[in-house]
Ligand binder design. Structure first.
Ligand code: SAM
Length: 339
């Protein structure tokens, strides 16, 4: 089903990650595999960034607790519902609820939101991306009808994890969350930033090996991008070329996976998302959040699409997908694992 660890050695992966001379070969291999599994389909997920409050203080993230320059917001259930209505009109069959770790929303409230969306759109998938929670909370969300969960492991190397996060956070707990989510029955998404400060190629290989164990359904990666009001303000942005090579590597190691061409990729290069699709990505996540809050969910500087209405985003995405040589697929776009 997937290429096992033994298929590619660490040395091979290292060369692929580091050396631009392999880019063309990787893209060709990745495109062949994505077509074998998913044809030329690209799946859309309507992204609702429903709160930018966060109790965490990750050194890289623009909505970290200590950034007092952020105008904080949170959306009501009615506002979230209105986003879904808009998304439904635009043909989206997955709604992704993403936010900081905001203690304001109790488990009961999150479940009420899931219930409401599922009642209104039973044929739609609900994806959560709200960080690290207890197993009990995840179970409650799953029972309320949530289908998928996105939680990037960020980095499995504990040394690297500690460089990116304050002492009260642990990589082990994040990984435990991913295993809990999987065991409960969620379709699980993991991933990492490329070129985050202090990251080595060995760290990236360790992440790939972790993903080979976890076998996630979705894998999201994007370049690290600086935010001027974080402790990492002076670290440079990640490399688009390396990110694209890693997207191809992910497609080769996980041919079945749903892999987004992320907003961060679109931010670092005007054609970043098209290049991401060509490198092996097959998911795009257009923004459904109301324009009045868009620019407040600023994880990094110069984030794209902060001013556009959802309908405009939809048209822009359609154009980009076609120009890259693919087509937008209708339906929920669940993972396809070959027997
Ligand atoms: N709170 C949830 C969580 O912890 O998974 C979801 C929101 S969190 C902001 C979503 C992702 O944004 C993180 O997993 C991280 O990889 C990415 N991110 C945060 N800051 C970033 C930056 N400066 N550059 C690129 N990606 C960033």
């Amino acid at each position: 089903m997937t290429n096992k660890k033994s298929d590619y050695t660490d040395e091979e992966l290292k060369r692929w990650i580091e050396d631009g001379a392999f880019s063309e070969m990787l893209i060709a291999k990745a495109d062949r595999l994505r077509r074998e599994y998913y044809g030329d389909n690209v799946y859309l997920r309507g992204l609702i960034e429903f709160t930018n409050h966060c109790k965490n203080n990750c050194y890289y993230c623009g909505i970290r607790r200590s950034n007092t320059n952020v105008q904080r917001y949170r959306m009501t259930i009615e506002e979230i519902q209105a986003c879904c209505q808009e998304g439904d009109k635009l043909g989206y069959r997955t709604f992704v609820l993403q936010g900081g770790e905001d203690v304001f929303y109790s488990d009961g409230e999150i479940c009420r939101i899931i219930n409401r969306i599922k009642e209104m759109y039973p044929d739609c998938a609900v994806t959560l991306s709200i960080g690290e929670c207890s197993r009990e909370s995840y179970l409650a969300y799953f029972r309320a009808g949530a289908d998928r969960y996105l939680l990037r492991e960020e980095t499995v190397n504990e040394r690297h994890y500690q460089k990116l996060h304050p002492k009260n956070m642990s990589g082990k707990n994040r990984q435990k969350c991913l295993w809990n989510l999987k065991e409960i029955g969620f379709q699980v998404g993991a991933g990492f930033m490329v070129d985050s400060p202090f990251q080595t190629t060995e760290d990236l290989i360790q992440d790939l090996r972790f993903l080979q164990e976890l076998q996630p359904d979705m894998i999201g990666i994007g370049p690290y991008l600086r935010h001027s009001n974080t402790p990492f303000a002076l670290y440079k942005n990640g490399s688009i070329e390396k990110t694209l090579r890693l997207i191809s590597i992910l497609r080769i190691l996980f041919p079945y996976a749903l892999i987004p061409a992320t907003t961060a990729l679109g931010t670092i290069h005007p054609m970043g998302r098209e290049l991401g699709l060509k490198a092996g990505a097959n998911v795009l996540m257009p923004n459904l959040s109301p324009t009045k809050v868009r620019n407040k969910y600023e994880l990094y500087d110069n984030k794209i699409c902060t001013g556009d209405e959802a309908v405009k985003c939809r048209a822009c995405i359609e154009r980009r997908v076609r120009s890259a040589g693919y087509q937008i697929a209708v339906g929920r776009g669940d993972v396809k694992r070959k027997k």
